[in-house]
Design a protein around this ligand. Structure first.
Ligand code: SAH
Length: 352
């Protein structure tokens, strides 16, 4: 098994059957070597820097109905909120003072946030903080909408593809959603010049190793700047309440594999990873991750952005979150980078 890790390290790819063995292995020496090689590649490309992204969860209203998600529209018990223009600007002010140079506005697909509402928010942040990157994560929108928001000043867009196999995608989403549309959005975003983040959940219900291989192959085709993966964590008000969540071991194996397949990728150690293990994010950082996304949302709404059960970091002020993550990053030998942290292979104006 360690031979496969070396082959992946040297060539950046493996055949499907080899990937399958590596994804499924319980071999500890392979896991250790994967961690070591992933760390080596990440240090070669990005040194010991960890980039911070200040996450502002702008709305828990969602017109979508993804079966795994706690804020899906059919969860009648969800506590809904949306931030105002002023709330969002205040979060950025707070974040800027704390040293953040990327703001991520994420939310459910809330029809309130039309382009007419979003664009003035984006341009105000663009004007006030010319040295910051603006990232959006607002789900599927039209070409025109993505274009207007880009022109207003957005730089990056996070849209996990969720599952690159039609069959699995359909099992996790309501009938009216389609993988084809999700993919179309991602290619559109790239064409418009956004730095793009895709990704998927690890250990989602019905997910097999073959589905994970399909995810890796799709990522090779898309070639995004960032890949966000985290374990699936059940939410008590969904039909997947009684399902098992994704495991730490499998998530770490996939993070290591991603770093070796995509040496220059921005790879976050996600909140979901920190939720399933108290040292999940630290282990992620040691296995090739180089991004963390501290929460900048006002504390009064934190618990309401309730994607899955036991989500961490819902009680602290932004400054505490920032401090806590800085300590965690330094505890495993890395440094917080006070910069925008663009992907090293991304050139402005490039499109593919
Ligand atoms: N509406 C936006 C943001 C979605 S929330 C969009 O469509 O992109 C961000 C991510 O949280 C999702 O892409 C999904 O992969 C993840 N997520 C949702 N429910 C989850 C759960 N139960 N466990 C783990 N991750 C979950």
């Amino acid at each position: 098994m360690t031979g496969l890790v070396e082959k992946l390290y040297e060539t950046g790819d493996l055949a499907d059957a080899e990937l399958k063995s590596l994804i499924e292995t319980g071999d500890e020496s392979a896991a250790d070597l994967l961690k070591k090689r992933a760390d080596e590649v990440r240090r070669r490309e990005y040194g010991d820097k960890v980039f911070l992204r200040g996450l502002i969860e702008i709305s828990s209203y969602c017109k979508n109905d993804c079966l795994y998600c706690g804020i899906r529209r059919s969860n009648k018990d969800a506590d809904r909120y949306r931030l105002t223009h002023e709330d969002i600007i205040n979060c950025c002010e707070n974040g800027y003072e704390l040293g953040f140079r990327t703001f991520v506005m994420q939310g459910g697909e809330d029809s309130y946030f039309t382009d007419e509402v979003m664009c003035p928010i984006i341009s105000e942040i663009r004007e006030k903080y010319p040295d910051c990157a603006i990232t959006l994560s607002l789900g599927e929108r039209s070409y025109e909408s993505y274009k207007k928001m880009k022109e207003a000043g957005a730089d990056r867009y996070l849209l996990r593809h969720e599952a690159a196999s039609d069959e699995l995608y359909q099992k996790l989403h309501p009938e009216e959603m389609s993988l084809a549309n999700r993919k179309e959005c991602l290619f559109t975003l790239k064409k418009l010049g956004y730095q793009v983040g895709a990704g998927f959940m690890v250990g989602a219900p019905y997910q097999t190793t073959e589905h994970l291989i399909a995810d890796l192959r799709f990522l090779q085709e898309l070639s995004p700047q960032m890949i966000g993966i985290g374990p699936f964590v059940p939410h008590h008000n969904t039909q997947f309440a009684a399902e098992k969540g994704g495991t730490l071991g499998l998530t770490l194996r996939l993070l290591g594999i991603l770093r070796l397949m995509f040496p220059k990728i921005l790879l976050p150690a996600t909140t979901a990873l920190g939720t399933i293990s108290p040292i999940g994010r630290e282990l992620g950082l040691q296995t090739g991750c180089n991004v963390v996304m501290p929460n900048l949302s006002p504390v009064r709404v934190r618990k309401k952005y309730d994607l899955y059960d036991n989500k961490i970091c819902t009680g602290e002020e932004a400054a505490e979150c920032r401090g806590c993550l800085q300590r965690r990053i330094e505890s495993v030998g890395f440094k917080v980078a006070a910069e925008r942290g663009d992907a090293i292979d991304f050139k402005q104006g490039e499109s593919k």
